[in-house]
Design a protein around this ligand. Structure first.
Ligand code: ADP
Ligand code: MG
Length: 236
């Protein structure tokens, strides 16, 4: 197992996102674990989309990322695959508490992300929870502190970070801000700032957006450290 992870790390280290972009077309070309590959295969994901080719290798290297690509371009896998790999690499299990946070503007989008996560992550041992409001807060509170990955809306995640006893963030490895433009348009700036304020600065942050407004750039400045910027198609 150590040998396998050392070899994966060597492949990640050797990867040059610019020079090697063309050599990657299928998920099996990526330096990722067997479990994730199996999950992808069973969900019928074979070839990478453009945004996935440009972002996944950078995120696997541990870099912060600002990814801009239009709706429908495949941004969900672009952040879920690196997120899962970070959890596996850090050997995150039920005893390790919160390791990844995925923030999405609406309940519907959060549900979609959660479904893809549980599908492609089913061969891995981390636990994942969905927090979007609507459900009983007390019921959620008893469960969220046991989760390694939380997917949810800014308001509810912010509320749990403020109120839920046992919500430990010191082991957080990765923050994903998905559909950042929509989150900001919907008035979630305060909640997102609050979430970021709760998290250790050593984390990796992946920020995705369909458009690049000034407010997205402000959020990028606040949340990312030396980010790589990736834009796909006319939206860059
Ligand atoms: P975005 O977040 O950029 O709007 P999604 O991640 O929701 O895009 O993906 C849009 C659609 O494309 C979804 O139905 C998803 O299942 C599909 N999709 C994403 N990546 C791939 C892929 N590599 N191969 C096939 N279908 C994909
Ligand atoms: Mg999306």
């Amino acid at each position: 197992e150590e040998e396998v992870s050392r070899k994966l790390q060597e492949r990640i280290d050797a990867y040059d996102p610019v020079a090697d972009e063309k050599s990657i077309s299928q998920f099996s070309d990526l330096p990722i674990t067997e479990g994730t590959l199996k999950g992808l295969k069973e969900a019928s994901f074979v070839s990478l989309t453009d945004v996935q080719k440009k972002t996944i290798p950078i995120a696997l290297k541990g870099e912060d990322l600002l990814g801009t690509a239009k709706t429908g371009s495949g941004k969900t896998l672009a952040f879920l695959i690196p997120t899962i790999e970070i959890l596996v690499k850090n050997k995150i299990t039920e005893f390790d508490g919160l390791a990844a946070l995925i923030v999405s503007p609406t309940r519907e989008l959060a549900v979609q992300i959660f479904e893809v996560l549980t599908k492609i992550g089913k061969y891995n041992s981390f636990s994942a929870g969905l927090v979007t409001g609507g459900k009983d807060l007390k019921y959620e509170k008893e469960r969220v502190s046991k989760m390694n990955v939380l997917v949810g809306t800014p308001g509810r995640i912010s509320q749990h970070l403020n109120e839920t006893v046992g919500m430990e963030t010191s082991n957080l490895q990765v923050l994903v801000l998905d559909e950042a433009d929509r989150c900001l348009d919907m008035g979630f700036k305060k909640q997102i700032d609050n979430i970021i304020g709760h998290l250790p600065p050593t984390r990796q942050t992946l920020l995705f957006s369909a458009t690049q407004s000034d407010s997205v750039k402000d959020l990028a400045r606040l949340s990312l450290t030396n980010p790589k910027r990736v834009g796909v198609s006319s939206d860059q």
